[in-house]
Ligand binder design. Structure first.
Ligand code: C2E
Ligand code: CA
Ligand code: CA
Length: 580
């Protein structure tokens, strides 16, 4: 027999305790329901009773208290969700699996996840059914945003870089089958910093967005456009021809750029772009390689003066790869081990007397290959390594110079090439003087060779520095005259002592009448201005004699002597002094 019934006195107490427990449980479940963001429909099979629980009002504005009310529920969802919802809620349909699906409400546009759970008894008969409605509107929006961000660039609405690469890959696969071309245009704003730094980042973003919007109009099945990064856009064109040829698209863009862009704050900005173009299959066959090629040639468009289009050429790629290789090698270079100095003699035309030597650097890399200074000096100038290299050149050649002087006492001028980057260094004059003092060399024995370009870059500042050097006694020589600015009028008043007529004039001096006339007038003019003239790259006796006849003071070239190591200059000096 049941003990609870037998011990009569304890019965009410026990019930009270259990009753209280039940009430506590109910309170807990109610709280749980109410604090969850969901709503529930509870259905009891035994009682054939429907009840709604928790946040029902958040989702629906009508009560469900009996089975017939469910029809209102079906009516409240968007059409395409009605059938799944009916199936899910159809009470007779027994499903042992937990079911879940999404619906959208007509009026509120709420996105709801519906989850159906059925509880079965030991005989396998359903006893209860719980349908949970969960608001997933926000979650879905976040998911949508993530999907959007996976394909698009937020600022411009164009494709992002990753997706563009994927689409380009598809273009390439199709082009292989169709045997057609695919072009990539790599577009970069010129001087974007002018906008970003001068007008602010917001103005910069604004411009990027406006240009992006403009480009988006050019999109079609065959033309995909992406915003690659800050001020870079990429266009891929499938089977470029006619209205979608690279040239047409470029002209369309250029036409737009003729007009200013009106920013949100009312300011107007005009700008230009540099464009690099590569084509499948000539330039490359892979998407990333194709983009790389277009980017590399875009830099060429920039170096050609910006606001230009540059089509892919194998030579540009080679030059780029060489630059990268040299940059890497320059990082590994050990000056004393890899660099040496050669010296090329310069002779006065009258009596072929030795005037001096030009110091020329030589680089043998770790594999023993020679790398020409004409190749690596411009790269070293760009990445700044020219400064330590230039200092090394000065010290090394001065060391050799003092060695010769102490042995042979021959009055010799040492010409040293100085790059503009090096010359612009604040401590350039000081460090040059320090070396001269260290080795006890008179500044008058040293000549600095600079090129015309250095003067064009910053005429006033450089002129001032050169004047300072000349006051100390250092000679200044203007190298490669005729290859750059080439204006005789600006020569007047330059703080220089010597002018070197470039090899290109010497080369055609005897074969081209125009060159002859120009060279003659240069020599005459330079002499009148009181500068010394040196002709470089003189390879034949005929050139030598002709230049001598013109009145050119000094000759440098293979005809009289190639660049040579210090020991050979020593032999030369030994011979010369022995003859005296
Ligand atoms: P550059 O100053 O015009 O030097 C003359 C170049 O012409 C040298 O080439 C020389 O070897 C070459 N040359 C001389 N005579 C003849 C000739 O008769 N025929 C031919 N075909 N060539 C001749 P290199 O040594 O290869 O130097 C090339 C350029 O590299 C130099 O041109 C100079 O701009 C730069 N460079 C060389 N050494 C240094 C250096 O120590 N510092 C700096 N900043 N630049 C240097
Ligand atoms: Ca030179
Ligand atoms: Ca030269």
């Amino acid at each position: 027999m049941d003990t609870k019934v037998k011990e009569k006195g304890n019965v009410p107490e026990l019930y009270a305790e259990e009753f209280q427990k039940l009430r506590d449980d109910e309170k807990m479940f109610r709280l749980l329901c109410e604090t969850s963001n969901s709503a529930f429909i509870y259905y009891s099979y035994k009682e054939d009773r429907v009840k709604t629980l928790a946040n029902w009002e958040h989702f629906f504005h009508f009560p469900v208290s009996d089975m017939r009310d469910l029809s209102r529920l079906y009516e409240s969802v968007e059409e395409q969700y009605e059938i799944p919802l009916r199936e899910g809620l159809f009470i007779e349909k027994q499903n042992r699996e937990r079911q879940s699906f999404e619906i959208r409400l007509k009026d509120s546009r709420l996105c709801i996840e519906v989850e159906v759970n059925i509880v079965y008894n030991a005989d396998g008969k359903p006893t209860d059914k719980i349908i949970r409605f969960k608001d997933v509107t926000k979650l879905n929006a976040q998911k949508d945003e993530l999907t959007y961000m996976a394909y698009y660039d937020i600022l411009t609405g164009l494709y992002n870089r990753n997706y563009f690469v994927r689409l380009l890959g598809e273009f390439l696969r199709n082009a292989e089958k169709d045997k057609c071309k695919v072009a990539v245009m790599f577009i970069d704003f010129d001087d974007f910093r002018r906008v970003n730094d001068g007008m602010g980042l917001i103005a910069g973003d604004d411009l990027v967005q406006l240009f992006g919007q403009y480009l988006s109009d050019l999109m079609s099945d065959h033309v995909v456009i992406s915003h690659f990064s800050t001020d870079i856009y990429c266009i891929a064109i499938y089977d470029p021809c006619g209205a979608r040829s690279v040239e047409t698209i470029y002209q369309v863009i250029k036409k737009r750029l003729e007009k200013p862009f009106k920013l949100m704050d009312g300011q107007e900005v005009t700008m230009t772009v540099s464009v690099g173009v590569s084509e499948y299959p000539e330039a490359a066959t892979g998407a990333l390689e194709l983009i790389n090629c277009a980017e590399i040639v875009m830099f060429k468009a920039k170096s050609r003066g910006k606001d230009k289009i540059q089509y892919f050429e194998g030579a540009i790629l080679e030059e780029f790869l060489q630059t990268v290789t040299i940059q890497t090698k320059l990082r590994e270079v050990v000056f004393e081990q890899n660099f040496t100095m050669h010296f090329q003699p310069q002779y006065y035309t009258g009596g072929k007397k030795l005037r001096g030597v030009e110091a020329l650097i030589r680089w043998k890399d770790n594999k023993g290959d020679m790398i020409s200074p004409a190749v690596f000096i411009p790269i070293a100038e760009k990445n700044g390594t020219i400064v330590p290299i230039g200092n090394w050149v000065i010290e090394k050649s001065v060391q050799d110079y003092v060695e010769w002087r102490s042995k042979y006492h021959y009055p010799l001028i040492l010409s040293i090439n100085v790059s503009s980057v090096q010359c612009k260094q604040k401590d350039f004059i000081d460090s040059l003087m320090q070396i001269l003092e260290k080795y006890d060399v008179s500044p008058g024995d040293i000549e600095i060779e600079i090129t015309e370009t250095i003067l064009i870059e910053d005429f006033d500042y450089i002129s001032k520095r050169l004047s300072e050097l000349r006051e100390i006694g250092v000679k200044i020589s203007l190298d490669d005259f005729g290859t750059g600015f080439s204006s005789l009028s600006y020569l007047k008043g330059l703080p220089i002592d010597t002018l070197k007529i470039d090899k290109t004039f010497v080369d055609t001096l005897l074969t081209d009448v125009n060159t002859k006339i120009i060279t003659e007038s240069i020599v005459l003019m330079v002499k009148r201005l009181g500068y010394e003239t040196i002709a470089e790259g003189v390879e034949t006796e005929a050139q030598f004699e002709y230049l001598k006849g013109l009145g050119c003071d000094t000759i440098q070239g293979y005809y009289l002597g190639r660049p040579m190591p210090a020991e050979e200059i020593e032999n030369l000096l030994a011979d010369l002094t022995a003859k005296v």
